[in-house]
Every structure is written in C-alpha cells, then in structure tokens.
Design a protein. Structure first.
Length: 581
C-alpha cells in the first residue's frame, strides 16, 4: 500500500500536499503547539501560503470575541503527533524546512495513516475472531472493508483526514471492550476507555459507538463485565479517569484560546434531526453510500439477516445502523462537502463489518455464503476502479447525478478528466488577462467550414452549424498568435451542441502550428460525457493547457471533430485565450 501511495500520490507532495482541504485544520494544532507556539493560529496565512495556492487553503480558524479557535477537534492531531515528531526529526536530518509543512512532515503523516489502517484492520480481525467467525470469513470481511470501500482512498490519498483515525480508534475500542467484558484484566479496561476517549475527541458524535456493545454480547443482560468492573472500584476509577483526562484535552485547549472550556466551533452549522436526508445519504448519485461503496449494502443486508438467527444482538446492530445513518443524514450539509463517496460513514465501518461477516459466513435463505463471497470480487474491483476514476478527476468531488454517473461508468482516459468538476486550478484562470472570440452562427465570420451554417435549427437566434453524418470537421477557428492580444498559455472552449447519437465521439480539438504548418501541440477533448441526451441541447466545455506559443507567427487551430456518422448541431461557439499565472 505504501508503495502504491508513493507512485500514485506521495511523490507529488510539492504540488498537491497530502494535508489538503479539511486535513489542514485537523493537523494545524501540531505546528501551532510545537513550532510556532501560537494556538491563535496567526501563522497559518503566512506559512501555509508557501504550500497552498489561495484557492486550496482551508478555512478552519474561527474568530470568537475572546480569541481564535480551530473549527475541528483535537483528536486527529493527537494521533498524528508521533508522526509529526518523526517528520520534524527527518526535516532536521535532511536539512529541510522545519516549519511543520515541508515534505518530511507530509510523508510522516502519510506513513502513520497507513499504519493506523493496518492496526485498525488487525483489531477488527481479532474482534471478528472473538465473535466466532471463521478465518475465511473474517479475512474476506477485513480485506473488503479495507480495499472495497473509500477507506482505502482516505488512507492513501487524503491521509490527513480524520476517517482512518476513527476507523483505528473505533476498531480498537470494540476489540478491547470485547476483551474487557470477557475477562478481568485491568489494562483492557484502561485501553477501552482510552480508545473511546480518542474516538470522541476525533468526532464527538462517534460516542454513539457504545450503543454497539450489546450487539457484541447478546444484549445488556449478558454484560457481566460491567458488574466485575464496578466490583473492582480501583480499576473502574482508573478507567473513568483515563477517559475524562483524555477528553478534557479539548476544553483545556479552548480555555487557553478563549478562557472558556466550551466553544461551538461550527458556527451556524448543525443538525436537522427532524428532517434527515435518508434517501440521499444512502442511494443518491451525488454521494449515496450504496452507490459509491456497494459492499456496505451487503453489510446492511447481513445485519438484517442476522435478526433471523440471533435477534437480540443483531437487533442492537440494526438499531446502531439506523441511528448512525440518522445522525449522518441530519447534518446540515448531508453530502459533507467535496468527497469520494459518503465519507462520514467510514467511522462506522468497524461496526457494519459485523453484518458483512454474518452474510459472508451464513448466506441468506437458499443463497449460499459462497455466492456473496464470490460477489466480493466484482464489488471490490468496482470500488478500486472508482477510486482510480476519482483520483484521475473523472468522478467529480460533488454535483454528480444519474446521467453523469452512467456516462462515466467504467470509463478512463486523460481526456475524460474534469468533465464534471472544475478543472484543476480553474480558479487561477479567473480574473486574469484574457481575450474572447465567438461565433453565434448568425452570419459568416470568415471561420473555416462555414458552409455548414443553416437555419434548420438553433439554440439561440435563427442559425446554427450542422455537421452532417459525412462531415468529420466542424466550424474551425484559425488565428495567428500575434493577432491574439493576450500572451495566452491556456485555451477555453464552450458551445451548445446536440447530437442524434448519445455515443458520438464528438470532440473539441485545439492545436498549435508553426508557420510551415507543422503542429507541435494537439489535444482533443471528447464531449460525449457532457451530452445530456439524444437530440437534446447540451452546454459543453473544454480547457486546454497549451503553454506559451513558440513564435508570434504560429497559428491556433480550434475546431470540432467526429468520425462516427452522427449528425451534430453546434451553436454559440466561444473560444477564450487566457494568460494564467
């Protein structure tokens, strides 16, 4: 896994820091405390600015009347702390900046995340063994949770996010709670308390994991471990103190920052418990759990199946699934911002894994367990493929819908990137020097292939351009570099098109030619994924990073192209020449 990360993500840290988006906030406690000694986070704008473009800086410093606080809780930073120390040592050894953000720190956090995943998986394996699942079942379950869900992505590609740490602490809590209830060792109770406290410090709502405990033991009536715990008041006192001391770290930080132990750092954000988005969080194409992590559907089925075999424990498990989904669906932003799938569910995967294990061991009705075990192969393969699509910006980080999803289903290719997401660095093109030329098709403007102009159909006005089945090229702009009054290094194109074939290979093409006609830049951008339907008008876009032209006498050649016999109608073609920083 670490090798995969190096070749696919960690070797681009300078351009794309591992500590991206919300991870900047989770992590900021560490440089604030150990490098800058500034829990008011005054260093963030100046230091983070060296590593993040303005549009990539996360907003997590919240101002109050008595001081600044971090929007996020301290738990993730606590688990990152040992790796921060490792990164600091490496930075000194390698003579790298010891500013808390240079490459050694990012690498160390990434390695730590992978190890937390490994230990969380180990805890889960041991828990499933304790619950009586066979070696085959528990191995398949854990492998499915690790590689068949978005947990893998949030470990390797965004290791600074809180999810892998929650997976580790929840798995650890469940395993040590099992040991503690089943035995008498004081260290197991202390470990249980510590893992629960860390879970709460990462995300307070995850305290609900205690509701899963009766599912491990067959209901409250069999929790004899509690009686033994409180029969040994010394052990009970130590466990309670450990929990309180760890959880108290957050109020202590707030006291230092504001003089008050309680701060609601999320401002106007909160829960709408009376109007949860049940359907959306589970089934929507925007972020639905079962759409982007279909293995979890099997886990939910397994919980229900378990009811028919052991009603009490699996009743608690189903109840936990319902309550955790209700809480997630009640957050004011039910889709939890830009993400791969519904990331809020990752924290609960260790509990849901019990349902998956039940299905993989017992099957359901006349359907053998082996049917579900074999089904894991395509489901894990699909999950990994979707992970690659997300990494390559083919699946957008938000605003997905049914049409877009199926347009991109099992599709790959550089030309498919950023169809439905803002192009990488798009914000850097906004407000900079640019020149725009357009063809509204209402009259000839001297562009190539204008014999295609017709008044048969138009998106706006009375005319458009019609590419007949035999036409390979459409309206074509040819312009000298010296005639563009911008020193452009990018070209943006936009048009309205409609096609009688949804599977057309229609593409926008941009090329640069020298004065002899020899091309030195040529790219095409397939438009099919942007088409909304057969014979429907669709707004299509393409952005080309052409770099600077070699000579003012060179020529831009920009056109539409197809080769499949489709009839395509084009209107309102715009070409922007952009000088970007």
């Amino acid at each position: 896994m670490a090798a995969t990360a190096y070749f696919t993500r960690w070797n681009t840290i300078e351009d794309e820091p591992l500590l991206a988006t919300d991870a900047q906030g989770y992590y900021a406690y560490l440089p604030a405390a150990f490098v800058y000694h500034d829990l008011q986070f005054g260093f963030v704008d100046s230091v983070a600015g060296r590593y993040y473009d303005d549009d990539k800086k996360a907003v997590f410093v919240i101002s109050t009347e008595k001081g600044n606080v971090n929007k996020y809780f301290i738990g993730t930073a606590l688990l990152e702390a040992p790796w921060f120390v490792v990164g600091h040592g490496l930075a000194k050894w390698k003579d790298q900046p010891t500013d808390g953000y240079s490459r050694p720190y990012q690498w160390a956090i990434g390695i730590g995340a992978v190890l937390y995943l490994a230990f969380g998986a180990l805890f889960l394996l041991q828990l499933l063994a304790g619950l009586g699942f066979t070696l085959v079942t528990r191995t398949l379950t854990v492998l499915s949770v690790v590689f068949g869900t978005n947990l893998f992505y949030y470990t390797v590609y965004e290791p600074g996010m809180s999810h892998v740490y929650s997976f580790f602490t929840v798995s650890g809590f469940l395993w040590f709670a099992w040991r503690a209830f089943d035995g008498t060792k004081a260290k197991d109770w202390v470990a249980t308390a510590a893992f629960l406290a860390l879970t709460v410090l990462i995300r307070p709502t995850n305290l609900m994991v205690v509701m899963a405990l009766p599912a491990l033991f067959g209901g409250f009536g069999t929790l004899g471990g509690l009686e033994r715990l409180f029969g040994n008041w010394k052990v009970a006192l130590v466990a309670v103190l450990v929990f309180v001391v760890v959880v108290a770290l957050q109020p202590v930080v707030y006291m230092v920052q504001t003089g008050s132990p309680m701060v609601w750092s999320y401002g106007e954000e909160g829960f709408n418990f009376l109007s949860p988005e049940w359907y959306n969080v589970l089934f929507s194409y925007r972020k639905g759990l079962f759409v982007y992590t279909p293995i979890m559907f099997l886990a939910f089925v397994g919980m229900v199946v378990g009811l028919f075999r052991r009603k009490v424990p699996y009743g608690w498990l189903v109840g936990y699934a319902v309550i955790s989904t209700w809480v997630i669906a009640s957050w004011w932003m039910w889709y939890y911002g830009g993400s791969f799938g519904h990331r809020a569910f990752i924290d609960h995967y260790p509990v849901y894994a019990i349902g998956l294990a039940c299905l993989l061991q017992r099957g359901v009705g006349f359907v053998s367990a082996w049917v579900f075990r074999l089904a894991l192969v395509p489901l894990v393969a699909l999950q990994l493929f979707q992970t690659v699509q997300y990494v390559e910006h083919i699946i957008p980080f938000d605003n997905m819908d049914r049409t877009k999803y199926w347009n991109m289903f099992l599709q790959r290719g550089d030309d498919l990137a950023w169809y439905y997401s803002p192009y990488a660095g798009q914000d850097s093109y906004v407000g900079l020097d640019s020149a725009m030329v357009g063809h509204d098709m209402e009259q000839p403007w001297g562009w190539g292939n204008e014999q295609q102009l017709t008044n048969e159909l138009a998106h706006q006005g009375t005319q458009c351009a019609r590419m007949a089945p035999e036409d390979q090229y459409g309206i074509t702009l040819r312009t000298l570099v010296k005639d563009v009054n911008v020193k452009a290094n990018a070209v943006r194109m936009k048009a309205w098109v409609r096609s009688d074939r949804c599977d057309t290979d229609l593409s926008m093409v941009c090329s640069l030619e020298d004065s002899t006609g020899a091309g030195y830049y040529w790219r095409k951008h397939p438009l099919r994924p942007q088409l909304t339907g057969k014979n429907e008008w669709s707004e299509v876009r393409a952005l080309f990073k052409v770099g600077e032209a070699r000579h003012p006498s060179d020529k831009y050649v920009i056109y539409l192209m197809k080769s499949d016999g489709a009839t395509v109608v084009v209107d309102e073609l715009e070409v922007g020449f952009i000088h970007a920083r």
